[in-house]
Write a protein that binds this ligand. Structure first.
Ligand code: NAI
Ligand code: UGA
Length: 437
């Protein structure tokens, strides 16, 4: 099929390359000229395992191209909209400027019977509004909302083999036509048994935000237990193991630590709260404010542990911050707990040196006040405290005895509960985890 993808960021670039990998003819459109130039030359503009390979293959096959010229979508039958929906400045609500602009610029190039398939995460009610906008323009194109559930770090595999597909479609014959087109584009996944939920716009939009709200709640739940564990001497990691054996609860997403960040969970729970309030249903998701508050308290807890370890004054102390990305296998620093901790410590006067295998160049742009090194040994050398805030394998695999030789004071705060306390303590380190003794 001929497919266009509008917005080629963390979601759209992967979606475009994956659709080409599945045999479709794909054109990716973005307003960012640098990003388009990189993608068009087969280079991934961000770190995502497996993306360079499918980009190169797609471009080499002639099935994948990128441009800033919206008119290139003309031949496509399905137009995936994957532009950003960030949090509005100073508000909780989602900023829909990019979605609206993308649809406006797409409309002149739509042919009758084309399908616009929204992938961006949007507040419930957006699809219906956009469908009206398209119809009012005189276009006979269809609109579906087809939310995306990929995880960064696993984005390629999650796109090619998703754990479910959700189509939000209009009622009647239009909905059937939209479903037929989506079935064709996702034929490979569907034929291998991927569950499919076909529903109305509002349900599809809500599936996406409620899934992220649930994940955020699960993380904040275990972090709340970590807070209680800290006051009782209990071990939240053992607690998570034990409750996780209950299949109704499950162990995944029960890792207590410095909490969730990234370009989605934090802004999505806030946008959901704002939208529910607009709908007069603020009380239904009021708990998400507590989920957010617990999450932010964990970042402060890590900072407090560092400060306490110096008797209340971190000024001039050298702190090695291991991790900048919001999670491993990603260079994404959007709302990253790791970077937040580094910046807070710097703000308190600590001599912070931060390292990350992939996220340094992004962090340098937003946080030029921090000192960075790509070399873990350099970060550790002379450190008065070490803080692990992203659980990259590189940090999990550190040999405590070797690391101890580099630092000035062997004090480690394991903000992701990803190190073995016994191994670190027996190598002479004072070890502090979050919610574990
Ligand atoms: N990053 C992720 O893992 C996932 C993201 N999502 C959702 O997907 C959407 C996109 O997220 P990301 O890819 O992370 O954002 P991003 O910020 O990395 O990418 C958005 C892209 O859209 C481009 N853009 C903005 N306005 C445009 C326009 N008018 N025409 C063409 N391109 C335009 C930007 O230049 C940028 O490259 C958001 O709604 C997000 O919540 C959903 C699931 C997973
Ligand atoms: O809407 C989105 O953009 C995506 O948001 C999340 O994916 P992602 O942000 O890539 O990362 P996750 O693996 O969900 O991790 C999010 C954050 O939670 C943290 N986390 C995760 C799991 C856990 O047990 N504890 C924990 O603190 C991670 O460190 C990270 O900061 C969802 O998992 C995806 O399904 C969704 O598509």
């Amino acid at each position: 099929m001929k497919v266009s993808v509008i917005g080629c960021g963390y979601l759209g670039a992967v979606h475009a390359a994956a659709m080409a990998e599945l045999g479709h003819d794909v054109v990716g459109i973005d307003v960012d000229e640098n990003k388009v130039a990189m993608l068009a030359s087969g280079k991934a503009p961000f770190f995502e395992p497996g993306l360079p390979e499918i980009l190169t293959a797609g471009i080499g096959s002639g099935r994948l191209s990128f441009t800033t010229d919206m008119s290139a979508v003309k031949d496509a039958q399905i137009h995936f909209v994957a532009v950003g929906t960030p949090q509005k400045k100073g508000e909780y609500a989602a900023d829909l400027t990019f979605v609206d602009a993308a649809i406006e610029s797409l409309i002149p190039y739509l042919s009758d019977g084309d399908l616009v398939a929204g992938k961006s995460t949007v507040p419930v009610g957006t699809a219906a509004r956009l469908a009206t906008l398209i119809a009012d323009s005189g276009s006979k194109a269809l609109l579906a909302w087809n939310p995306e559930f990929l995880r960064e770090g696993f984005a390629v595999q999650d796109t090619i083999s998703p754990d479910r597909l959700v189509y939000g479609v209009p009622g009647g014959g239009e909905g059937e036509k939209a479903k037929e087109l989506l079935d064709e584009v996702y034929a490979v996944a569907l034929s291998s048994g991927t569950p499919l939920v076909v529903t109305d716009y509002a349900t599809a939009e809500l599936v996406k935000v409620s899934a992220n709200a649930f994940l955020a709640t699960k993380i904040s739940f275990i972090n709340a237990m970590a807070e209680i564990a800290e006051s009782t001497g209990a071990d939240v990691t053992r607690l998570a193991d034990a409750i996780g054996f209950d299949a109704r609860i499950g162990r995944r997403f029960l890792n207590a630590g410095v909490g969730f960040g990234g370009g989605c969970l934090p802004k999505d729970i806030r946008a959901f709260t704002a939208r529910a309030e607009e709908l007069g249903r603020g009380e239904s998701v009021a708990f998400l404010k507590e989920v957010d508050a617990i999450n932010l308290r964990r970042r402060q807890k890590v900072v407090d542990l560092v400060v306490e370890s110096f008797g209340g004054d971190v000024f001039g102390k050298r702190v090695a911050v291991l991790g900048l990305a919001f999670k491993p296998d990603s260079d994404d620093i959007r709302d990253s707990p790791a970077l937040d901790v580094a910046a807070k410590l710097k703000g308190l006067g600590a001599d912070v040196i931060a390292t990350d295998p992939e996220a340094i160049s992004n962090a340098e742009k937003t946080h030029p006040q921090l000192v960075y090194t790509p070399d873990i040994a350099v970060a550790l050398t002379g450190a008065d405290a070490v803080v692990v805030v992203t659980e990259w394998k590189h940090f999990r695999d550190l040999v405590p005895a070797d690391a101890a030789k580099l630092v000035k004071r062997a004090y480690v705060i394991d903000g992701r509960n990803c190190l073995d306390p016994v191994a670190w303590r027996s190598a002479g380190w004072e070890y502090r985890g979050l919610g574990r003794p």
